[in-house]
Design a protein around this ligand. Structure first.
Ligand code: 13P
Ligand code: SF4
Length: 320
């Protein structure tokens, strides 16, 4: 506790010294989210992280999240120094979508508009017509569908299937998944619902369809936090990374939040509702990033950056 307080004090001073701001995702540990709030930074979903970093006047952004979030920040703000607590914090969606293979998939379907989830490398974004986050995926695909476009979607097959079902758009899906959300189990969730008959079920659409079907609200992290405030229930079963409980408890005090089951029937899960890469964002790593810089800075090749900027800007302009 005492040690954590010392870290926080030193980080606050370093942020000021470097004219830096901390941008954190809702899945990072509560103390990181609290620190971002206490130092004038932001805690938000992938879309708002991108927008905040771009619009903030700081010289340095320290992005507590996973690699694609740091890369997105750098693509949108090349003039800023973008640091991450660790450059090893990746994402199974990013890992499961190598740029070369994805590009070949796109080449094989030239009649389709390429829409990629933000959880991808700069090189995959550079191959896309549109980037989306889960906050605006439905709206963008609905718009493209209304224009008569056929879509090639990557990499998350669950989010893709959800968007396809909701919009009725013609979508060809890449076969990727998030190792955290892929673990939620419908059968065990049904059992839990019986124990808490008055609970509302909140589900992130990176979860399998069988889990999404049991939801009272489906949406991005920010949309789920909103649902936890606006739905009248006093208990919620939450199928997304448990880092989100910090904000839900803060925004809806007095309500009860329960983790949706992973692994059912005693089976083991790989991630147990907390992303191992998000968990790499500790106080010590944040301090180290601000002190050392080397080994923590995000660089994106300039030619790639220019290409990736187009679909990212398209997203931000669409979401205005
Ligand atoms: P959102 O915060 O945009 O819903 O993204 C969820 C996620 O998995 C980020 O890694
Ligand atoms: Fe990727 Fe899933 Fe972790 Fe988000 S929670 S960073 S989608 S592995």
């Amino acid at each position: 506790q005492e040690q954590a307080a010392e870290y926080k004090a030193r980080i606050k001073a370093l942020l000021q010294q470097h004219n830096a701001v901390l941008v954190a995702h809702y899945y990072t540990d509560p103390e990181i989210q609290a620190l971002a709030e206490a130092t004038g930074g932001c805690v938000s979903d992938s879309l708002e992280m991108a927008r905040f970093g771009k619009e903030h006047p700081a010289d340095t952004l320290i992005v507590a999240g996973v690699r694609f979030m740091g890369e997105t920040a750098k693509i949108l703000s090349p003039e800023k120094t973008v640091l991450m607590p660790t450059l090893d914090a990746t994402c199974s969606l990013d890992l499961g979508c190598p740029a070369k293979e994805f590009s070949e998939f796109c080449d094989a379907h030239p009649d389709r508009v390429v829409v990629v989830y933000a959880n991808t490398s700069a090189a995959v974004k550079a191959r896309a017509d549109w980037v989306v986050t889960s906050s605006i995926a439905l709206d963008v695909v609905d718009y493209l569908d209304s224009q008569g476009k056929k879509i090639l979607w990557g990499p998350d097959k669950h989010l893709g299937a959800y968007v396809q079902k909701q919009t009725g758009a013609d979508m060809l899906l890449w076969n990727g998944a998030c190792i955290v959300h892929d673990e939620f189990k419908a059968k065990a969730l049904l059992e839990l619902k019986k124990q808490y008959p008055n609970a509302a079920v909140l589900v992130h659409p990176e979860s399998p369809d069988s889990v999404v079907q049991l939801a009272d609200a489906v949406g991005s992290t920010s949309q789920l936090i909103k649902a936890s405030q606006t739905l009248p229930n006093d208990t919620f079963i939450v199928a997304t990374d448990k880092g989100i409980f910090y904000k839900m408890q803060q925004q809806a005090p007095g309500k009860t939040f329960i983790e949706a089951p992973t692994g059912g029937n005693g089976a083991t899960c790989r991630s147990c509702a907390h992303c191992p890469w998000m968990a790499m964002n500790g106080l010590q790593a944040i301090e180290e990033a601000l002190v050392k810089r080397e080994g923590h800075e995000i660089f994106v090749d300039d030619a790639l950056r220019r290409k990736a900027l187009l679909p990212l800007d398209r997203m931000l302009n669409f979401a205005k």
